[in-house]
Design a protein. Structure first.
Length: 509
């Protein structure tokens, strides 16, 4: 496949501001940078934009790093922290001041407000210019030691343009930009300035980020020009909306990468899902379920779409189920085990007779995998393996076991199961070999035969025999495949549960 956007190895970066958890919108930007770096054989870097001391927290930094690690989007070089680069920023600021490309502006706030109001009244967009505050007043203010900010001296009359890889050519009149603030009076630089200084210093060749930064880009291009540096290429990513076409927010459900992790979403599913938010491979028809390897091979920035992407939680759930089913048996056990261990703490997972050793655990996890869309759902689907039900679905009890003859039929079914068990074990040769799917199938088949015969002689449907057993052993009317489940529970446990349920049914009022 040819890729016109990546003729050379690219140095890209993800540059989050650590003011909260890692939002999926930012995670998508990180992913696209990562894929572009990998696709071009370049480098993916991480820069923590922590200069806003009031809003940045160590906790947010930790969360971002954890989420990046969880997704496997680790940087190729040590993370750069902007707060550790104060000297570099100060030097670069001094350079612009010395070259007359920036100046100290003493215009007081009330004057600025007044100018802004006048522009509004005249129906024009306000952009500040040095000439708006008379030079003699500025000098007097300076001598009096008045507060100031540092502004960039935007060349008048020109047009600043850049070619966005997604949005095309974007031109902005410098007079609409005005002289923008690049640092506070105490010398602390602002976002546009530090962003450019660090991108230059880190040798960034392409900046890929959310489209909310399109309006910052002309200012940044002006700064690159002021430093005499060729700007990087830019690719802005489309907005992410909820299914109601409103900007994605907490109202739509989880938006933090850490939240998805605790919902039992696999990182590879989240990455796959995020990759398709604004990007699609070139084929008209393609399998949406892709591994990181496939994504890396196929990804190209020139396939990013500018129309807003829709974040559909249901689709993410579906995709997660698809990725769950693609995991190897070993891998699936490794992912599900922590969920089960947390949900059923103590001896249940490690030493309980129901799940001795990996083979047994693998067996029950495998039983549930067709039904589970998240790792958490394995806990719901498999809970009956770890503890006998103490209550049974009330509606089902009343429907299935209200009549005394139905309870008697359940007990008789229990007796048939007990009487068939050992013979079925011998015939299928399954004992101690839960990993043998064929033997387990054979056991289930042998177990089912006398129950089918019983349903015929009792002149009831097979469901009238099987459903009460399912209710008795799981407490519910839906479960992983019933006979497989019985085998994993073991003869004694099944017998105990059937009797407990029958006894409870007799007490129904
Ligand atoms: N710190 C900015 C943000 O989190 C970075 C923007 C950029 O990538 O240049 O939005």
């Amino acid at each position: 496949m040819t890729d016109s956007t990546s003729p050379r190895p690219e140095r890209v970066r993800f540059a989050p501001s650590p003011t909260g958890y890692l939002h999926v919108g930012s995670a998508r930007a990180a992913l696209f940078n990562f894929l572009h770096a990998r696709h071009t054989g370049g480098k993916f870097l991480l820069r923590i934009e922590d200069t806003d001391l009031e809003r940045s927290t160590d906790d947010a930094v930790r969360q971002i790093l954890e989420s990046m690690k969880w997704m496997g989007l680790e940087a190729d070089e040590p993370a750069v922290y902007q707060t550790k680069r104060v000297d570099l920023h100060a030097r670069r600021l001094e350079e612009l001041l010395a070259a007359g490309k920036a100046y100290r502006d003493y215009c007081p706030k009330d004057r600025l407000d007044q100018l802004r109001d006048e522009a509004r009244a005249a129906g024009t967009i306000f952009s500040y210019r040095e000439t708006m505050f008379p030079a003699e007043e500025a000098l007097a203010a300076q001598e009096a030691g008045a507060p100031f900010v540092i502004r960039f001296r935007t060349p008048p009359g020109e047009v600043t343009a850049f070619n966005d890889l997604v949005y095309g050519r974007i031109e902005t009149a410098n007079d609409a930009i005005g002289d923008f603030v690049i640092a506070r009076g105490d010398g602390s630089p602002l976002y546009n300035f530090t962003n450019v200084v660090d991108d230059v210093d880190m040798g960034i060749t392409l900046v890929c980020r959310g489209e909310d930064h399109v309006s910052n880009t002309p200012k940044q291009v002006l700064l690159y020009q002021a430093f005499g540096v060729q700007p990087p290429r830019f690719a802005h990513l489309p907005l992410i909306l909820g299914t109601d076409k409103q900007k994605l927010s907490k109202r739509h459900g989880a938006t933090g990468v850490d939240q998805f992790a605790s919902l039992g979403i696999l990182p590879e599913a989240l990455l796959n899902f995020l990759a398709l938010l604004g990007w699609a491979p070139s084929e008209a028809e393609f399998d949406e379920v892709m591994t990181m390897e496939e994504l890396t091979k196929r990804f190209s920035l020139d396939r990013v779409n500018k129309s807003p992407a829709v974040f559909d939680h249901e689709k993410l759930m579906w995709m997660n189920g698809m990725h769950i089913r693609r995991l190897s048996a070993e891998e699936l056990v490794a992912r599900v085990l922590p969920v089960l261990a947390e949900r059923f703490p103590g001896e249940h997972v490690s030493g309980n007779a129901l799940v001795q050793g990996d083979a047994m655990l693998r067996g029950v996890i495998d039983l549930a995998k067709e039904r589970c869309r998240t790792l958490i759902e394995f806990g719901d689907a498999l809970d009956f393996f770890f503890a006998a039900p103490t209550a049974w679905d009330d509606k089902a009890m009343r429907k299935l076991l209200a009549a005394p003859e139905a309870v008697e039929r359940l007990r008789e079914t229990g007796r048939i199961i007990a009487a068939t068990w050992e013979g079925a074990v011998a015939k299928s040769g399954i004992a101690g070999q839960p990993e043998s799917a064929e033997r387990l199938e054979a056991w289930c088949h042998t177990m089912e035969e006398p129950l089918r015969a019983f349903s015929e002689s009792a002149a009831v449907k097979f469901g009238a025999i099987a459903q009460p057993v399912r209710l008795a052993v799981t407490g519910r009317t839906a479960s992983p495949p019933l006979f497989h489940g019985l085998w994993f529970l073991g003869a004694e446990e099944v017998a105990r549960r059937i009797e407990a349920c029958a006894a409870a049914a007799e007490k129904l009022e």
